[in-house]
Design a protein around this ligand. Structure first.
Ligand code: RP5
Length: 169
């Protein structure tokens, strides 16, 4: 059984990344989940350095109660696609920008999945949206969470209108 580095009680979302160096980006996904009170775990799983762990994580996640996996990786970012190939759970991919190529290599590595193995790819560095998308997916079967997401959207709307009002002052 794969042991996560950090986990809250009965995690519903697995936040995984190819290296601890990805945490500077991926912490935004964890924070979004925390903001909505969604129990989750955080784990470094590398497609290239820990391939056996990648397989066990993907194959055991559903049985452990995980419902959505958020996977971030940089460079030759095979992690989200490989996870998606070994689990029926929805996988959200986060292209992590590195020093070279501005994250375009990560994006292209993740986004062009062959038909049959979907990965929902967010923007380069878009880990917060990955967390919010996971919350929306869970909200399909959790009306209270869906209500929270609606309230969050209304709050964003109110913030924009408040800025508009300030512009007019
Ligand atoms: C990828 O290689 C990781 O996801 C990370 O973005 C990148 C560099 O890893 P480190 O060399 O910083 O550990 O697999």
């Amino acid at each position: 059984m794969t042991e996560p580095l950090h986990s809250s009680a009965a995690p519903l979302v697995g936040v995984v990344m190819g290296s601890d160096s990805d945490w500077r980006v991926m912490s935004d996904a964890s924070q979004a989940l925390t903001d909505f009170g969604i129990p989750h775990e955080v784990e470094v799983v590398s497609a290239h350095r820990t391939p056996d762990k990648l397989m066990s994580y993907a194959r055991e996640a559903r049985a452990r109660g995980i419902r959505v996996i958020i996977a971030g990786a940089g460079g030759a970012a095979h992690l989200p696609g490989m996870l998606a190939s070994m689990t029926p759970l929805p996988v959200v991919g986060v292209p992590v920008p590195l020093a070279y190529l501005d994250g375009m290599d990560s994006l292209l590595s993740i986004v062009q999945m062959p038909a049959g193995i979907p990965v929902a790819t967010v923007s380069i560095g878009g880990a917060r949206n990955a967390g919010l998308l996971a919350a929306r997916i869970l909200g399909v079967a959790d009306p209270a969470l869906a209500d929270q997401m609606e309230a969050f959207s209304r709050d964003l709307e109110a913030q924009v209108e408040a800025k508009n009002e300030r512009l007019k002052e």
